[in-house]
Structures are given as C-alpha cells and as structure tokens.
Design a protein. Structure first.
Length: 582
C-alpha cells in the first residue's frame, strides 16, 4: 500500500484537494479507514469522494416518512457517478402535531438544531459534499442553511407534497381539520363528521398540501437555485420523485468534479430576491420572511424582513393556491410545477435570470422552453394577476418599528381598524375564541410569543383556524409577536417587532387601544402618542418565562430579532474560514 499516493480521478476530482483526505489518505488515516472497512466499504470506495446524504426521516408525521426511501435513490445516484454516499439523519419537529400546545415552542428552534447537527456531522466526518432531503416546514430552510454555512458542493431535494384528501366530494387538507375544530365548537359540525374528516384529510406520505411553509420553501429551493429544476413538484408517493433523487446524487458528484458552483456562488442577493418573488407570486407562507434572511445570514448577506417585503410589494400574486386560493400543490404540479410560475415572472422582468444554479446553468437556461399553459386557472398570467402585488406584505409603524408581516392572499379588504383585546400567550386567546368571548371588529393581540419571549415563536394556527371555523375569519384581526402557520388565512399579522419580551410597543398595548392595519400602505399603528408609549414603557417590567434551562433556555439566550431571521449565531460575516476550505 502506498499511503501517500496522490489520488486523482480521470473524471476530474483530486482527492488531495477534498476535505475527506483527512480521514481516508495517508498512514495517519489507517484507524479511520478501519472503521470504513468494518462497514463493508472497498478500498476504492474509501478513496472516492465521501458524500453526506442527510435526511429528516422520522416517524413523527407523513411529511418525513418517505425520505428514507428517497435517500436510497440519492445514494444510488452518487454511487453511479463514482462517489461514496454516507447516509445520516437529523431531527424534525412537525408543526401539525406540535401546533396548539407547548410543543410548538420547539418548532422554530428545531430549524437551527437541524442546521447545526448537519454541520457537525459533516465536519466531524469530513464529508466532501451534501445532498439534503427535507419534508416538514423548518427542515427545508434548516437544510439549506447548512449547505450555505458549509459551502461544500450541495444539492437540496424536497421530499414532496401529500396528496389531497376527499371529504363529501371535495378536496381537503390538514387546515380543513383545524378549521373543523372551530365548526365543531359552535355546533356546526357533528362528532361523526369531524371524525370522518380527520380520517381522510391526509391520505398519503408528504408535507401539507397547500401553499403552506413546506411547499413555499420547496418553491424557494428551485427559485434560489439549490435544487434541480422540477424536483420540488412531484407528490411524495410518486416514483418520479425517486428519479429526481437519483439525479440529485449524480448532480452533486458533477459539482465536485467541476469545483462548483458552490452554495455561496448560488445564494446571492439576486437569487434571494428571486426566492422572495416566488413566495409572493404563490401566496406563500409568511414564515419565508424568517427563513430567507436566515439563509442570507449564512452567506454573510444582509437581507432582512424589509428587503423581503420590498420584493413582495412589487411582485404580482399569480398562483391560485390554498389557503387563500383554490388549489393544492399537486394541482400546481399537474399543470407544470413551480417552473411555470418562475418562467412567467422571468418573462415579465420580476426574476433575475442570470443567477447560477446547481445545474451549472443559469436560472433562465434551466427554464428554456417552458411556457405558461392555457385553459387552466391554477397559475394566472402577469397581465391578469390575482392581485397586483404579492400575496404577502410587510408592515411597519409605531406598533412594529422592526416590522411585521401579513398574508393578503384571499383577503378582500386590506384595511382593518378596531379596539385591542390583549392576551399574554396563545392559550388565553384560544380559550376566549372557543368560548366566543370576543366581538366582531376586535383586534386580538397575542404577545410574549416571540422567539426570545415565548420562547420559540409559536404559530397560532389553532386560534386562527378556530376563528374561521366559527365564521368570523376576516371579521376580527389578530396580531402577534409570534408566527402564523403557512395554513393561516385572514387578517393575521405576525413577527411584530421588537417583541414584547424586550419591551417592544406590543408589550405596552392595553384593552381598548385602537389599532389600525393598512396592508395596502404597509402600516401597523396603534393610536397612541409617542409620549403615552414612553410613559407606559417606564412602567413595563420584563417577564420571566417557564423555560430557564435546557434547549429552549439556550435558544432564548441566543436568538436574535425576527426581522433578521431569528438567527442564533453571528453568521458568515464573522467567520474566519469555511468548512470547504479546510
């Protein structure tokens, strides 16, 4: 055995320049190689590039259950292209199950744990490249953040959407079940119907079917350039998804052989604007206003809530998707996938077509030959949009100096003014809604639910769905320093900053204060003078939450403002080197 042999490959990669050289090359790596022999690897496989195949597979929910199957296809693609795949898994917290109770505090924090755990696994084992598969909401941005942080050759792949359920002849999804809880509470749905609905709403593997956070970030993966074209569309059960998985494995090997493009070549200011544009055009989840700044942070790019909102403000809303519209993700796939939305935006000047992608081609080159199909009402043309500006809008005012966000998809009126009804925590508000202890015209305020103060920035889908189930969605407004599910609809404003826990204006509101929301002008104000707010601020005292040790205490201590993505470390602007440069 010649331990110091230079291992160059005829296809273009040179092992002496890859990170895995630290665990596979030279006499000093004999103990490391012993472990690989123990797992059945051949000498040839040990000296090939080592490719991490990371999934969020678990048995928590249908979002993730198909990821293990798809990972096997990725591994075959890597092997076919002369790489050595090494599969590993990380956590997810599935919002649909965490929703409406203390478990939701774990959701946003899980995004950063996913990123950190993928980083640590890649670093600890010196893997040369990464294919990341994700299914549930926070796992998509978490996996993309890891790719940008490590800056190794990387390809992202979505695990796929769920198929729609059928209830009384109509398509249904999980949000229908949440809203049915409100209908049941008012006596408008029987026990039997509620049980039948819950049994049929989720008929397959895959993430929630509407344009909620998972499908929103899946669309982002293509628009930002980290995923292969068309890979986001096929539902999880479809065999074609395995074909995209195989192709993703081959693609990451091509990135190794070509020396890139690497994630930070792909994630640029322009590609982030493309990502924000697809969120707006599809009426996507407000959570994207957290995740896009967080992805940007990993690349050392400042792209905060206001930058996201600026793109939202000028991008037309085109896709007729739930919760504000009519269709689910499978319907978008059936008419051509997110690529037809991206191409329609590109053809009309709303997308930067010159951004490089994982294919090695530009976004415009990837979309050549794609046209918007006629005789369908899933995606509207730019010349006749559903609404002239994006389905998501940023807000700012004396109640939200650091911004807030609202999804306007499906709203008829864009202005709401009414008296505040203040609740410290979601449970108090949900109980009031369930007992119908509110009036039409009220602005329900849920505070101390921010990233730091919650801790964990819970989503409020249980409360908003109950309002819709009671028939009062749109007749009351709800504002919070917490978040909303991508499945939320109605006049619901989240991410209000600064959050209550740090003494933001939302902490100073009292019952009866008049709040005005203007989603057309992009403002969120309380009708109080600066002098009155200053007086109230002097009387305000910080509150202690129940989480004074463990993961949530650590998260609360580290997490930053929502406008910057609720990130937990200084980001690329402070780093001395990237992993790929070891």
């Amino acid at each position: 055995m010649i331990y110091n042999k230079k291992r160059a490959h005829p296809d273009g990669w040179d092992k002496s320049k890859l990170v895995s050289r630290y665990v596979t090359e030279g006499a000093k790596s004999a103990p490391h190689r012993a472990y690989y022999y123990a797992m059945g690897l051949t000498e040839e496989q040990i000296h090939q590039p080592l490719v991490g195949v990371a999934t969020c597979w678990n048995e928590a929910a249908p979002c993730n259950i198909a990821l293990s199957r798809q990972a096997q296809a990725v591994k075959k693609g890597v092997d076919h292209a002369d790489g050595t795949p090494r599969e590993f898994t990380t956590i997810t917290v599935t919002d649909g199950i965490a929703m409406g109770h203390e478990g939701m505090r774990s959701s946003l924090a899980s995004r950063d744990v996913i990123t950190d755990s993928v980083e640590l696994t890649m670093r600890g084992h010196c893997y040369d490249a990464l294919v990341g598969l994700a299914g549930c909401d926070k796992s998509l941005p978490g996996m993309m953040m890891a790719m940008v942080r490590l800056n190794v050759p990387s390809v992202f792949m979505y695990g796929g959407t769920i198929l729609p359920g059928k209830f009384k002849g109509k398509d249904v999804d999980i949000v229908n079940v949440f809203e049915a809880v409100g209908q049941h509470a008012t006596g408008n749905m029987s026990d039997d119907d509620l049980h039948e609905l819950e049994c049929v709403a989720c008929p397959s593997a895959g993430a929630c079917g509407g344009q909620f956070t998972a499908n929103t970030m899946a669309c982002v993966s293509e628009a930002i350039g980290l995923a292969l074209p068309n890979s986001a569309g096929a539902p999880a059960p479809y065999e074609s998804r395995d074909e995209y998985a195989f192709a993703s494995g081959e693609a990451v090997m091509q990135l190794i052989k070509n020396g890139g493009p690497l994630p930070r070549d792909i994630v640029t200011r322009k590609s982030l604007e493309n990502a924000a544009a697809i969120v707006a055009a599809t009426g996507g989840s407000t959570n994207a206003a957290l995740h896009l700044p967080a992805i940007a942070h990993e690349a050392g790019i400042k792209f905060d809530l206001f930058d996201v909102a600026e793109v939202f403000k000028k991008t037309p809303y085109l896709a007729n998707l739930r919760p504000g519209g009519k269709y689910v993700a499978k319907d978008l796939f059936d008419v051509g996938g997110v690529g037809i939305v991206i191409k329609e935006l590109l053809d009309n000047g709303y997308i930067h077509g010159d951004c490089i992608t994982v294919t090695g081609k530009t976004l415009a080159e990837n979309l050549e030959g794609i046209t918007l199909p006629e005789d369908q009402d899933v995606v509207f043309p730019v010349k006749a949009p559903i609404y002239k500006t994006g389905g998501v809008v940023g807000l700012k005012g004396n109640l939200a100096p650091e911004g807030a966000i609202v999804k306007i998809a499906g709203l008829e009126e864009l202005v709401f003014e009414g008296p505040a009804r203040v609740f410290d925590g979601e449970e108090a508000c949900f109980n009031a809604v369930q007992n119908k202890e509110y009036k039409e015209g009220d602005v329900l305020v849920i505070r101390y639910e921010g990233a730091k103060g919650g801790p964990g920035m819970r989503e409020m889908l249980s409360t908003t769905a109950a309002l819709y189930g009671q028939g009062t969605g749109g007749k009351v407004a709800l504002i919070t320093d917490g978040r909303f599910s991508g499945g939320t609809r109605g006049f619901c404003i989240g991410h209000v900053g600064p959050e209550a826990a740090v003494g933001g204006p939302i902490a100073l509101i009292k019952d009866g204060d008049i709040i005005r929301i203007d989603a057309d002008k992009g403002t969120l104000d309380v009708k109080l003078s600066e002098a009155e707010l200053a007086v109230r601020k002097k009387d305000w005292k910080p509150r202690e939450n129940n989480y004074q040790s463990g993961a949530l205490q650590k998260y609360a201590a580290l997490v930053g403002p929502a406008k910057d993505g609720a990130v937990t470390h200084p980001g690329a602007s402070a780093e001395k080197h990237t992993f790929v440069d070891l």
